[in-house]
Design a binder for this molecule. Structure first.
Ligand code: NDP
Length: 284
């Protein structure tokens, strides 16, 4: 059996076209242009690429974007001051701080400084709590994108065994909450999990969010399972790859996301969706 590939790039393009239309309508009817402010601290090349892609996606969809960049040695007070100014600016609807931050920063304090109403990444503790209670204000973009893919592909969720490998605050934990809200039976695995394959082989839906190139192999997958690969890694040859060994996994899975062209494009799309929603909410 060869799995059907979930084309995240194509789905992202469709959704971005819809978001662009809604943004144009908001501008035409209410005079509001959705605006995302992105803060980048330091010179991490991966972060710079992510920020560039986010700003480009905003522009393409007709959103306004503000990019604030600071050197790695900037005083945290300077960045906190900028966040306060952006919080107070009614023309700015979404604010995100690109992670990771340099050592002198208390990343949690920075995330808490963003107004929860503008926290389009969904990382503010208030928004994390709302998600946990099943009443989310902003769903973190990567798991939000994964849910869109599962729903578009009509993957049965109710009662499904969902196994997530990775328990980070930005992917694994919110992913678990979203699948639980859809009545999946959720297992979260991590670096201390004994016998990872025992868990992954039980999964109807397997989400890999680890950061270890190709660690989930075909023999760890239940035949016919839906496999979502969140990982973004580089092979020793410098090629992009996921946490799933795509070649062996696609022979066993029923549905599978590729890397690149899977979850990655969906993440930025859901950032646009959250920013548009924040802008629409200002209408009351
Ligand atoms: P983190 O490093 O924050 O978390 C990784 C998780 O994987 C941890 O919970 C860790 O366990 C677990 N883990 C590590 N090694 C193993 C192992 N051998 N067996 C089982 N579990 C293990 O990563 P993120 O969640 O931020 O990101 C995960 C991956 O997803 C990365 O490749 C990242 O680049 C990518 N990513 C992709 C995005 C996209 O848009 N496609 C967006 C965000 C991330 P423990 O907690 O015990 O340490």
């Amino acid at each position: 059996m060869t799995a059907k590939i979930i084309d995240g790039k194509a789905l992202a393009e469709t959704l971005r076209a819809e978001l662009a239309e809604k943004a144009a309508a908001l501008k035409a009817t209410q005079g509001i242009t959705p605006c995302l402010a992105v803060i980048l601290v330091g010179e991490d090349p991966a972060s710079a690429v992510y920020v560039k892609n986010k700003v480009a996606a905003c522009e393409k969809a007709g959103f306004r974007s503000i990019k604030e960049t600071y050197p790695a040695n900037v005083e945290p007070m300077v960045v906190l001051g900028k966040i306060a100014a952006l919080n107070a600016d009614p023309s700015v609807h979404g604010i995100l701080v690109q992670l990771p931050l340099p050592k002198q920063f208390d990343a949690e304090a920075v995330l808490e400084a963003i107004s929860p109403e503008k926290d389009v990444d969904g990382f503010h503790v208030e928004n994390v709590g709302a998600l946990m209670q099943g009443n989310p204000r902003f769903v973190p973009c990567t798991p939000y994108g994964v849910m869109q893919m599962l729903k578009t592909e009509n993957v049965p969720l109710k009662g499904a065994e969902a196994v997530i490998v990775g328990r980070s605050n930005i992917v694994g934990k919110p992913m678990a909450m979203l699948l639980l809200a859809e009545s999946c039976t959720v297992t979260i695995c991590h670096s201390r999990t004994k016998d990872l394959a025992f868990h992954t082989r039980r999964a109807d839906i397997l989400v890999a969010a680890v950061g270890q190139p190709k660690m989930i192999t075909g023999d760890m997958i239940k035949p016919g399972a839906t496999v979502i690969d969140v990982g973004i890694n580089r092979t020793p040859e410098g090629k992009l790859c996921g946490d799933v060994d795509f070649e062996s996994a696609k022979e066993v899975a029923g549905l599978i996301t590729p890397v690149p062209g899977g979850v990655g494009p969906m993440t930025i799309t859901m950032l646009l969706a959250n920013t548009l929603e924040a802008a629409e909410r200002t209408l009351g």
